[in-house]
Design a protein around this ligand. Structure first.
Ligand code: SF4
Ligand code: SF4
Length: 351
């Protein structure tokens, strides 16, 4: 952890991050904000602190939202340090039972839910799977098992452009990487299948899959988010304007982590009116669902979702976003069916 030692020393303990950390905003403990986490990790690394339950809770409640990175005057990236520290805890066998369970499910079933059923059960016409293609639509666990209508809609658009599917898609590895577990097996298996198809571009609608495919698969192919693909191909999609007003929630791993801000907005503006949330783009508040927090600390996660919903402007018909984890958390946090996927909005405009 040499690079982390440099980062700890760069941290000037100014506490700017206390203003932004969404977890600190909910529970107010110093150990639940970025500065507290940095101090804890430094003490852990020096051997002066033991990893008790408080330490595990401190490190495992970070949503990896990146709001601290965005605002840190010293220019350090705390979520990267926190992910590595989580890896250290896992290596020492000091993780939580909830995260162990998540790891076991992915290892045994290839998805975050431990589902044994067919991952492609939403696909009615299997002849649409091509053995060779330039584009692969990477569906992700949540769409495959929980939002199958959206997966179907996404693939019906992408297959018109020649996209295919992986015959044996596995979890992208994001939940493992975010929580410090070993993701090599799923990364290798997905890579093998993408290579076999000969695809140059992988397209995904999940912000977690996107950041993982883009940053953890060794740059072997181009990775596009569905909003990026749709905005590039807007002129080839027949959209009828809708007389509605929506707002857009920036998923942390699409926005702050990868700077995909404009493309989803271009797609929305091609369909209807867009009004921004109270905080948006780089300053967008986190939905509370990422970084394994939803799996390990559901109540805290939903508290953050409720806080995010306070940013929704009055009078909007829908809260549109581009990540299934954000959809699930914001819906469960009180947004209900008003929270929809960008692809569902596109589907409405396509009639
Ligand atoms: S804002 Fe950056 S430098 Fe300041 S306490 Fe937080 S992590 Fe450290
Ligand atoms: S990444 Fe987000 S949740 Fe984690 S320490 Fe930074 S601001 Fe807090």
């Amino acid at each position: 952890m040499d690079q982390d030692n440099r980062a700890f020393n760069q941290c000037v303990r100014c506490g700017t991050c206390r203003t932004f950390c969404p977890v600190f905003l909910e529970n107010g403990w110093e150990s639940a904000n970025t500065r507290g986490r940095m101090i804890i990790i430094k003490e852990l690394c020096s051997g002066r602190l033991e990893a008790d339950r408080g330490v595990k809770d401190s490190l495992n409640t970070c949503t990896t939202c990146g709001l601290c990175t965005e605002n840190c005057p010293a220019g350090i990236s705390p979520p990267e340090i926190i992910e590595r520290a989580r890896g250290m805890l896992v290596a020492l066998g000091l993780t939580t039972s909830e995260l162990e369970d998540l790891d076991r499910k992915i290892v045994q079933s290839g998805n975050t839910f431990g589902e044994k059923s067919d991952r492609l059960s939403w696909l009615t016409d299997r002849s649409l799977i091509r053995e060779k293609a330039d584009y692969v639509y990477f569906v992700g666990c949540i769409y495959s098992y929980r939002y199958q209508e959206t997966a179907k809609r996404t693939f019906s658009i992408l297959s018109r452009f020649g996209a295919t599917l992986l015959p044996g898609e596995q979890c992208c590895g994001s939940p493992l990487l975010r929580t410090g577990f070993d993701a090599r097996r799923v990364l290798e298996e997905n890579t093998r299948q993408i290579r076999e198809i000969g695809a140059s571009t992988v397209i995904t609608g999940c912000a977690g899959c996107y950041t993982t495919l883009k940053n953890s698969y060794g740059n072997q192919f181009q990775v596009l988010s569905v909003p990026e693909f749709l905005s590039e191909h807007l002129s080839q999609i027949d959209l009828k304007p809708l007389d509605i007003t929506v707002t857009y929630h920036d998923p942390c791993h699409l926005g702050r982590h990868n700077r995909v801000y404009e493309q989803p907005r271009q797609v929305i503006r091609a369909i209807c009116r867009l009004v921004e949330m109270k905080t948006s783009r780089g300053a967008a508040r986190c939905c509370g669902g990422g970084g394994g927090v939803r799996a390990g600390y559901k109540d805290l996660s939903l508290q953050m979702a409720r806080r995010r919903l306070e940013d929704v402007p009055d009078g909007v018909d829908y809260i549109v976003t581009s990540c299934p984890l954000c959809i699930r958390n914001l819906r469960d946090g009180g947004g209900g069916e008003r929270v929809i996927d960008l692809v569902d909005l596109v589907g409405m405009a396509m009639g």
